[in-house]
Design a protein around this ligand. Structure first.
Ligand SMILES: [Zn+2]
Length: 212
């Protein structure tokens, strides 16, 4: 956790890095949305650790997927930061705690990227825009065209496809399924629970083996 950095500049995303950058390697990456995927989407803005509840089975699933050896990166819109509802300090505290908890159960998270901006600000990083994905691609040598993105909203699916990744729609309560299926007639993968996320990732990775 010592090399965690907050490279925040007001223009771009906030980055918490837990693994050293590896820009010269080229390999697939595995992206996850945060709210609704890693943790339950309980309120609009989560700023305290006591309000952060992991999705059932997600720690075990990400732990298992970490054994593949490719970068696992979380990308999340957090407009509450610019709205003044979530402080940078709270965001950092929450991030360090959930990453430490996941690390303890075998997960290897390379970095967490947050867009702190409101939709009205028209920034370049808020999903469905793809700057967080392209930045992660440059910093961690991720080949987006061979990467997967597990998300629970249309915005995630759109960012994923616009960046050239393959989306996996994670919809444990099935509440976003209808909208996504209306918009995307052929979703490559749907997962109802964490165990299915593991199965879909293993099925879809172009070269499902350990990467150096
Ligand atoms: Zn942004």
């Amino acid at each position: 956790m010592n090399d965690c950095r907050n490279d925040h500049t007001s223009a771009g995303p906030i980055v918490f890095r837990f693994r050293p950058p590896s820009p010269t390697i080229r390999r697939p990456g595995l992206f996850f949305d945060r709210d609704g995927v890693i943790n339950l989407r309980k309120s609009r803005y989560i700023s305290h650790w006591q309000d952060f509840n992991f999705t059932a089975g997600v720690q075990h699933a990400v732990g298992e997927l970490s054994r593949i050896g490719i970068p696992i990166i979380i990308v999340s819109n957090q407009a509450g930061v610019e709205k003044g509802l979530v402080s940078i300090e709270s965001l950092e505290d929450l991030t360090l705690r959930f990453v430490a908890t996941m690390t303890f159960s075998g997960s290897s998270i390379s970095a967490v990227y947050y867009c702190p901006h409101t939709p009205e600000g028209n920034c370049t990083c808020r999903k469905p825009r793809i700057e967080m994905l392209t930045l992660a691609s440059r910093q961690f040598g991720v080949d987006l065209s061979n990467s997967l993105f597990v998300g629970d909203t249309i915005s995630d699916v759109q960012a994923s496809t616009d960046a050239g990744c393959t989306p996996i729609l994670f919809s444990p309560t099935r509440d976003t399924l209808h909208d996504c299926c209306q918009r995307y007639k052929e979703l490559p993968a749907i997962a109802w629970n964490a165990r299915q996320v593991v199965a879909q990732v293993q099925r879809l990775l172009i070269r499902p083996r350990r990467y150096p």
